[in-house]
Design a protein around this ligand. Structure first.
Ligand code: PEP
Ligand code: MG
Length: 594
């Protein structure tokens, strides 16, 4: 979609990491030079080429080990695990032998040898029927790129020449790219490929770099001088007009100002002005994020997405491996609770080693608890690990994407069996480990009263609930504007669940993105929500809002909002009211999309 000015191009993608980035574009156009020149060398130069290869392999291995260490420090062991896979590729003797054979037999340069062999490996993977195995091609190519960088005399140049602060534009972000992402140099990231759940998106969020994925034809960005990345709503503007640029510069300044202003006063404990205490919890994707100093005053981890424990590996983690991770998490969380959501794969979250047939509608397919239900071995191993970890901290277990009461009953039976077995074997576990379900499927909203009889708590997964209620694929950039948390139907569904849970005396939380949206805080509070679980980034703003109002005010807001019939009216009202509250706190939030 072209903007109002001939030179300005506005593109839309999926926002995956918050904030506004403005800068010159640095494009990583190359992914892997499959047709590296077949540079022939004289027979007497072959030994020198073999030596160059040997050195490049050693340097690449050393570099990878360093990158892995760095990544583990920055984003946690778990997200850094992919580099181990890359190291294994590099340490594969047969790979090196094939490259050496190619150099010797074909009389080509080390670069050409690498390109041939890596190309062949990647090709073989990419032709496999299994889409998950096909993804292995990416890792192999990534290793190939690294080797070629080390072989190149201008080794550093491809990556060292970008401007000091820039927007990285690339078709696809490889995990190894993500780890060398430097918050100080990267103003933003734009990619064509990759959904919200991609490794790259998760790492970008963990590092706080504004990022947008799903932007088609990134080639259109390449000629641009200045590019704007708006990680709040997925807008990318190339060669903005003076007015647009000024608007976004003001926006970026405002984001920064607001961040500083919000941090100037304590946000927690989140107690309303009339003394109602609200639990503010955080969502976590990897164990590296669970540092006591990062958790600060939050009440706990309201959503631990355990499927990330299963990613970046070659096989399912054993019960013991999982136990180690979960135990470390609860120990670090100390007195705080940790709500472990059991494995939620399928849809767009896949495991490289778990074959799932391609589905026409993966969001409506074999995903979430459905997989655990049909594959109890995997589920039981996880539940055993979680229950064992409960001896070391405050564990809660939560089931994803529940549709029917029967599913809940079967899960409860599995958990009870595991409990009995552990007890029989005299393995320690906490006496009371609450079991809850996520309300993400509209059917669960309508069955909420029955569900509540089966479980100890519920949590509203608004990301999926919105997707299913409004029939909007959450990963499809084309319909992203239709994904509306403030749609009156969504609010009614949320109200139904909160009301039923409060009436049944069961804790209810909301752990989708909505919980961290400042627009939504007042209405959720007014609807009776007492537990909000969100990305760490939003804790301060939400906490400050809660501390600024009384329950009476929040309830009035909710009543007004429920009387509206359109999303636009709801948004306009909440926008005005929320900004007013921030203004009263001396925070000029006007230019920040909340
Ligand atoms: C949700 O759907 O709202 C949720 C919290 O789960 P996820 O985003 O991991 O699907
Ligand atoms: Mg979900």
């Amino acid at each position: 979609m072209d903007g109002p000015d001939a030179g300005e191009v506005v593109m839309k993608g999926i926002p995956v990491s918050h904030g506004i980035g403005i800068g010159p574009v640095f494009a990583e156009t190359e992914s892997f030079p499959s047709e590296a020149e077949a540079h022939l060398v004289a027979p007497e130069d072959v030994p020198a080429e073999l030596k160059r290869l040997e050195v490049a392999m050693r340097l690449a291995r050393e570099e990878l080990a360093k990158v892995r260490e760095e990544a583990a420090r920055k984003v946690g062991d778990h997200d850094a695990r992919i580099f181990l896979v890359h190291l294994q590729v590099l340490e594969d003797r047969s790979l090196q032998e094939q490259i050496e054979a190619s150099i010797r037999d074909e009389g080509v340069s080390a670069e050409a040898g690498v390109a041939h062999v890596i190309g062949r490996y990647a090709d073989a993977f990419s032709k496999l029927e299994d889409p998950l195995a096909r993804e292995r091609a990416t890792d192999v190519k990534d290793v190939g790129r690294r080797l070629l960088r080390h072989l190149s005399s201008s080794v550093e140049e491809t990556t060292a020449s970008p401007p000091t602060r820039y927007i990285l534009v690339t078709k696809e972000l490889f995990p190894s790219d993500a780890a060398r992402l430097d918050r100080d140099r990267l103003a933003g990231i734009v990619t064509e490929v990759g959904g919200k759940a991609s490794h790259a998106a998760i790492l970008a969020r963990a590092l706080g770099i504004p990022a947008v994925t799903g932007v088609r034809q990134t080639a259109r960005l390449l000629g641009g001088k200045t590019t704007i990345v708006d990680g709040r709503d997925g807008t990318v503007v190339v060669d903005p007009t003076k007015e647009t640029l000024e608007r976004y510069l003001r926006g970026a300044e405002a984001v920064e100002r607001v961040r500083t202003a919000l941090a100037a006063e304590p946000a927690l404990p989140a107690v309303t002005r009339d003394g109602v205490a609200i639990d503010v919890l955080v969502n976590v994707e990897n164990a590296g994020d669970v540092m006591p100093e990062d958790l600060g005053d939050v009440a706990g981890i309201g959503l631990y997405r355990t499927e990330f424990v299963y990613m970046d590996r070659d096989s399912f983690p054993s019960e013991d491996e999982q136990f180690e991770v979960y135990r470390r998490v609860v120990e670090r969380a100390g007195h705080r609770e940790v709500v472990f959501r059991t494995i939620d794969i399928g849809g767009d979250k896949r495991l490289p080693y778990f074959r799932v047939k391609d589905e026409d509608n993966p969001a409506l397919g074999w995903r979430g608890y459905r997989i655990s239900d049909e594959w109890p071995d995997m589920f039981i191993a996880q539940v055993r690990a979680l229950l064992r970890a409960s001896a070391f901290g405050h564990v809660k277990i939560m089931l994803p994407m529940i549709t029917t009461v029967e599913e809940v009953r079967r899960a409860v039976a599995y958990v009870d069996d595991v409990r009995s077995d552990l007890a029989r074997r005299k393995v320690a576990f906490a006496e009371h480990v609450p079991l809850g379900v996520m309300v993400e499927v509209p059917a669960a909203v309508f069955a909420i009263e029955s569900m509540l009889k089966e479980v100890d708590f519920v949590s509203i997964g608004s990301n999926d609930l919105i997707q299913y209620l409004l029939a909007v694929d959450r990963n499809n950039a084309r319909v992203a504007n239709l994904s509306q948390p403030l749609n009156p139907s969504v609010l009614r569904a949320v109200q139904t669940v909160i009301r039923a849970a409060n009436a049944a005396g069961r804790p209810v939380s909301l752990c989708g993105e909505m919980a961290g949206s400042y627009y939504c805080t007042l209405v959720l509070l007014g609807l009776g929500l007492r537990r909000f679980s969100m990305a760490r980034h939003y804790v301060h703003g939400v906490g400050r809002l809660i501390r600024a109002v009384t329950m009476k005010e929040a309830e009035q807001v909710a009543r007004r909002v429920l009387a509206f019939t359109t999303t636009a009216e709801v948004k306009a009202f909440l926008n005005a009211r929320t900004r007013e509250i921030f203004r009263e706190m001396g925070i000029a939030i006007d230019e920040v999309a909340l």
